[in-house]
Design a protein around this ligand. Structure first.
Ligand SMILES: Nc1nc2c(c(=O)[nH]1)N[C@H]1C(S)=C(S)[C@@H](COP(=O)(O)OP(=O)(O)OC[C@H]3O[C@@H](n4cnc5c(=O)[nH]c(N)nc54)[C@H](O)[C@@H]3O)O[C@H]1N2
Ligand SMILES: Nc1nc2c(c(=O)[nH]1)N[C@H]1C(S)=C(S)[C@@H](COP(=O)(O)OP(=O)(O)OC[C@H]3O[C@@H](n4cnc5c(=O)[nH]c(N)nc54)[C@H](O)[C@@H]3O)O[C@H]1N2
Ligand code: SF4
Ligand SMILES: [Mo]
Length: 743
């Protein structure tokens, strides 16, 4: 038995914590926060602490599986890829590329392989039927950023370490550890904000852990943040609090915004959102007069009826108070794998094509996930007959999941890249399992772009790949090759080199590039790394903003520098990036984009509608991670996590008892859930977490099956979306509750 320690980066959420692992032989036997990681400072949450158990989960698949006689059996990789190639190419040959749909799930953005190779997979597939978890999550923020700044990833993050006043809407970072806002140890950062005399306020229908720690908790009617934010902007103008400061020369559309928000006075919205006019005025004044302030909205502001308008208003408030792009406000990170921009560009549009069945617009080259079932169910030319899922569990994570599951069981062929046989992959004809976290490298392509400091860190695999295992990068590349028409055993090195060469060719051919005129093959030979992922990342690092440009900037960043600094490299605090970061045709921030202005009449109409009697919202738990970590015993033991939160008065009104069982019904379905009576939730609101419902046959997750919980997405409605982004309405779902009939 040999024991050693190794450093890694936790890939489980957006916080990117550094971990120090104890490794005994080929198992993780201990996990501690890495105190020398300058960014995370030793922080560790229960999910990170259970990385060893997750990594060694006996239910994790170690070989590909194919469906035979209704069950799944292990096969070799060669056989699995041969089946995939044969089936997919036949379907494409007969029905065209749109007949194959792709669903990319959340862990794709937490893996280096996904960050580097998912794009090529999408392109090789060449189908319009691409779906991702973004349209049950953050797509409204991409759309508002695309329209305002020209780039969908140009999302400002609260500069939490330097701000004086933070307004958080529909987010519970004490539990989620932040989202589109990478800041490990959020509790410590928020405490530090208060300790230096600042304040933070939480708007949430539930007294979340973050709300409980805040200076002020403002309960709100679900789905109505848009009205609160409109009234705050209205009040900024009315009270003469608008002051763009240094931002003014970079912003178009202020007068138009003023006209648009005119009807939404604090008095006009108070009844609708359940926040009184005096509180709205007070919040606005404190926000506008704080030396440095930032407003941030997350799940409770995106997965709602007016998600895009609310996401836009968040940035409008920051801009009108001069807090956009300044220290202590909301700022644009500059990660190491990217270069600076040029200050203008093509801008962003949606609806370049539309979905076949519901005619929904394409957004960021994908369709709303809510319409995947439509496209599978509806016959005709272009019908989806095959499905590729990568790191997704749509059977639990998409609205109206009963309908979706029924649709999944009808596709002609389905292949899933996933380590588990779960609610989704049980439908797959072929399952291709990636190696566990300990066997793969990590550099956070997605979330370092939303980090509150510019940092860079590469973590090599801490345990060598098991005999016969295939790295996820290779699984994705091989699928890419197959979809591109290659044999199932095509040479991946050639494919990966071609990708590197294409990227290098752009640089050597560009007259303004420092690498202009250099030799592609020679540059490729200088790339450092044991794997193709690492070498591709090296290319991005060396040609990024801080890069060494292949020796032209000897002090610059490269894979070699990151390998020599396993606790990470600090690249400094966020710096103002306007106008360089912009890609709008005007070269300015478009504060009032036309598509958003065009959605305002819908908001005004909704203002007049009567509030609903009872609305369902979601929540997250520190020990749970969407749908897929319920197979780790330490994370599910103890008190039941999947409960229906009901306010005391509502419990009396509906005849519900603490610990009893309620029946909850909506337009699309009916479930039964254990009741937790608490005044942490506002009257007229009930809450159920998502990701549960592990009671389906044909899965292989023993622990999860013993703690099934119920699937809230049997209640959420696939017909309700935010039209600008196609994002599902998962919060503010109309429901009825009653005591369940006694068994
Ligand atoms: N009602 C309701 N529904 C929601 C939400 C909500 O708040 N309320 N939240 C939504 C949000 S924000 C999100 S992001 C989505 C998530 O939706 P999805 O991305 O569809 O689902 P996850 O639960 O994240 O499941 C991830 C899948 O990836 C697999 N996996 C884990 N690690 C890896 C890996 O390294 N490689 C591969 N290939 N696979 C891996 C897991 O086994 C699992 O099957 O759910 C959404 N659904
Ligand atoms: N522990 C843990 N961490 C996670 C995840 C997880 O499942 N577990 N999932 C990860 C993922 S994929 C994501 S996207 C992020 C999400 O990160 P967050 O958005 O911070 O996540 P939530 O904890 O769902 O917080 C949403 C809050 O919005 C409130 N809410 C619901 N409806 C409304 C509304 O209409 N208005 C307002 N103002 N509030 C509302 C809910 O009560 C809840 O407290 O978390 C990530 N981190
Ligand atoms: S907060 Fe997120 S990144 Fe940090 S240990 Fe927990 S799961 Fe991992
Ligand atoms: Mo998410």
């Amino acid at each position: 038995m040999t024991t050693r320690t190794a450093l890694t980066t936790c890939p489980l959420c957006e916080a990117t914590c550094g971990l120090e692992l104890t490794i005994t032989d080929d198992r993780i036997t201990g996990v501690r926060g890495d105190r020398l990681d300058g960014f995370s400072g030793g922080f560790l949450c229960p999910k990170g602490a259970s990385l060893g158990a997750l990594d060694a989960d006996p239910d994790r698949l170690t070989t590909p599986m194919v469906k035979r006689d209704g069950g799944h059996v292990a096969v070799s990789w060669a056989e699995a890829f041969e089946v995939v190639q044969r089936k997919l190419s036949a379907i494409i040959a007969e029905h065209g590329r749109d007949a194959v749909a792709l669903y990319l799930g959340n862990p794709m953005v937490h893996s280096l392989a996904g960050g580097l190779y998912a794009g090529a997979l999408r392109r090789a597939l060449g189908s319009r039927n691409v779906f991702t978890a973004s349209t049950v999550d953050q797509m409204p923020k991409h759309v508002s950023s695309g329209l305002m700044y020209g780039g969908i990833y140009t999302i400002p993050v609260p500069d939490v370490d330097r701000t004086d006043f933070l307004l958080l809407l529909g987010a519970d970072p004490y539990t989620s550890n932040g989202s589109l806002w990478t800041a490990p140890d959020m509790p410590k950062r928020l405490k530090a904000l208060r300790a230096r005399g600042g304040a933070f306020v939480v708007v949430d229908p539930r007294r979340s852990r973050t709300a409980a720690a805040a200076d002020q908790h403002v309960p709100i009617t679900p789905g109505t943040d848009v009205f609160l934010l409109l009234a705050m902007v209205n009040e900024l103008f009315a009270a003469g609090l608008v002051d763009l400061g240094d931002l003014a020369p970079h912003v178009n559309g202020v007068a138009r915004v003023r006209a648009l928000v005119e009807p939404f006075t604090p008095e006009a919205v108070a009844g609708k959102c359940g926040v009184d006019a005096a509180t709205i005025r007070d919040l606005t004044r404190r926000f506008a007069t704080a030396p440095r302030a930032s407003v941030y909205g997350r799940i409770g502001t995106t997965t709602v009826d007016f998600g895009t308008v609310a996401s836009w208003l968040v940035d409008v408030l920051n801009a009108l108070t001069g807090n956009l792009d300044r220290p202590g406000g909301s700022m644009f990170p500059l990660p190491a794998h990217l270069a600076k921009g040029r200050g203008s560009g093509q801008g962003f549009t949606t609806g370049r094509w539309h979905s076949r069945v519901r005619g929904l617009p394409e957004v960021a080259s994908e369709f709303p996930a809510v319409t995947l079932a439509d496209e599978i169910e509806t016959p005709g030319e272009g019908q989806v007959r095959a499905l590729v899922t990568v790191a997704g569990n749509p059977a639990l994570s998409l609205p109206n999941s009963a309908r979706l599951e029924a649709a999944l069981s009808t596709v002609d062929f389905m292949v899933s890249v996933d380590p588990y046989l779960n609610e989704t992959t049980r439908h797959a004809d072929v399952v291709l399992p990636p190696p566990p976290p300990s066997r793969r490298p990590h550099y956070d392509i997605a979330f370092l772009g939303f980090a509150v400091r510019n940092v860079a860190k590469f973590s090599p695999p801490v345990i060598p790949l098991d005999e016969g295992a295939v790295p996820e990068a290779d699984i994705l590349l091989r699928l890419t090759a197959i979809l591109g028409g290659a044999d199932p055993d095509a040479d991946l090195d050639a494919l990966a080199d071609a990708q590197l060469d294409a990227a290098l060719a752009k640089l050597v051919e560009h007259p303004k590039s420092p690498l202009h005129g250099r030799d592609v093959e020679e540059l490729r030979s200088e790339l450092v790394g044991d794997t193709r992922e690492q070498r591709l990342l090296d290319l991005k690092l060396r040609t990024g903003h801080y890069g060494d440009w292949f020796g032209l900037k000897p002090d610059g960043l490269s894979m070699s520098v990151l390998l020599a600094n396993p606790h990470g490299v600090d690249l400094g605090p966020l710096e103002p990036r306007l106008p360089e970061v912009l890609r709008t045709p005007s070269g300015r921030v478009e504060l009032c984009p036309d598509p958003i202005a065009a959605d305002l009449p819908r908001v005004l109409e909704a203002l007049a509608e009567r509030p609903d009697d009872l609305l369902l919202v979601g929540r997250r738990h520190l020990r749970s991670n969407n749908s897929w970590m319920h197979n780790v015993p330490s994370l599910v033991k103890g008190k039941e996590l999947c409960t229906l939160l009901v306010n005391t008065a509502d419990a009396a009104r509906f005849g519900l008892e603490h610990g009893g069982v309620a029946q909850v019904s909506s337009r699309v379905g009916k479930i039964e859930a254990v009741v937790e009576v608490t005044d942490d939730i506002a009257g007229g609101v009930v809450s159920l977490p998502h990701g549960w419902g592990h009671d389906r046959p044909g899965t292989r997750m023993a622990v999860a099956t013993a703690h099934p919980g119920v699937n809230v997405n049997l209640l959420t409605d696939d017909l309700r979306i935010d039209p600008l982004s196609g994002t599902a309405v998962l919060n503010g779902v109309r429901v009825h509750v009653s005591p369940a009939a006694k068994q």
